[in-house]
Ligand binder design. Sequence first.
Ligand SMILES: *Cc1c(COP(=O)(O)O)cnc(C)c1O
Length: 487
Amino acid sequence: MKITYHSTRNSELTASASEAILKGIAPDGGLYVPDQIPKLKLSFEKLARMDYAHVAYEVMKLFFTDFTEEELMYCIKGAYNTEKFDTEDITTLVDADGAYYLELFHGSTIAFKDMALSILPYLMTTSAKKCGSKEEIVILTATSGDTGKAALAGFADVPGTSIVVFYPKSGVSRVQEKQMVTQKGKNVNVIGIKGNFDDAQTAVKNIFTDPELAERMKAAGYRFSSANSINIGRLIPQVAYYVYAYTRLCPQKINFVVPTGNFGNILAAYYACKMGIPVNKLICASNRNKVLFDFFETGVYDRNREFYLTPSPSMDILISSNLERLVAEIAGDKTAELMQQLKTEGKYEITAEMKEKLGLFVGGYAEDAEMAEAISSLYNKEGYIIDTHTAVASAVYNKYRKETGDNTCTVIASTASPYKFTRAVLNAIDSKYDSKEDFELFDDLNKLSNVAIPKAIKDIISAPVLHDRVCEKDGLMAEVERIYLNK
Ligand SMILES: *Cc1c(COP(=O)(O)O)cnc(C)c1O
């Protein structure tokens, strides 16, 4: 069965999988969605006996139907191996305090973004070949902290590509920033912006869909694509680990709890469910920036509110791009109109009928103090230390379990290594760490957690800063012109 993709805002704007991956975003500013979600072909028993790479193949081949087996296997083998991941399993399930933590941070930049960004460069360059594209691919990326480094690591020195990462200068952790600004590679650019993630993402989307700029780039031998989760080549690889996790725990029904920002990770869980994984609830966990919680409660998405910087910076987002893909399923032809309202008024409301179709989802949120309490109580009970994002999910799950009494087997997506947020994590356990900096605390975390300091951390401790450029929040286009068009 061949799957084609179309824009969420216009079902007539279609693309094959490789075209959608190469373009990143549809020409009308919509996101590419598959015309249907394929069902898994193999039985759970068979999948349960496969390793990660083979489960990933069974999932991805159903979505990327214009790739040959050889092409897709080349991409998968290049990505999911023990050179790039520090565990043979690629992802690990840890049983702690009545839930399973699905550790998705064993890749080279110690955040779950590696699960997709280790394969995206392979998918992208293979797609370019398949589409006969001759231009150099310019990856433009807005990051809330983790995508940036994972994309830089994935695309550094990949022939035929170059990459520009924009990150909120005052909105990421010290470790996140150091990881990015020390990135080596002839084709990489890292720029801080005086604004937040939403400013960066909106500017990047506008650059992508500017036809006049695309023409000038083309004349100079370039084309844009995206490494953000708006790219279907990011989203589909993420479906694989939900299928993988389920097949390690089956046959019971399952809840997934996902710490959410841009709504990519939880949308992948939803796709896994539609492929046939028996899901009871998808629990969408937000921090203080609880725009998604309010949406699931009321049916109103409203970004007109105060923006908070929290200890879980990768979730400090008010415009969750991938929600558009879910909205497209329940709103159909109305999607373009709703997204226009979001753009002009900063809000939209779905109808009661549409809201009824969202019954699988439960929204929850945790304040910073509840997040910290989740870290310390899990540490005190089990000696297991989770990062600040995972802790938001953990706190939300504990509240949910208390309120509902739901005892369904539950998997919590563990999205980053605690080493990425060392100070905030240790501070939650004991305030004596308060006066120290991330970079002074790696040994303390090592002692408390009995988890070795990851290579990603050792690599950056004494690495020289290679990128120090900062721009205004309306200056992203000028930066791109400066780099590629010699302006
Ligand atoms: C990106 C990120 C998230 C949010 O994931 P989305 O797909 O944007 O919802 C959560 N935790 C960490 C550590 C992240 O890097």
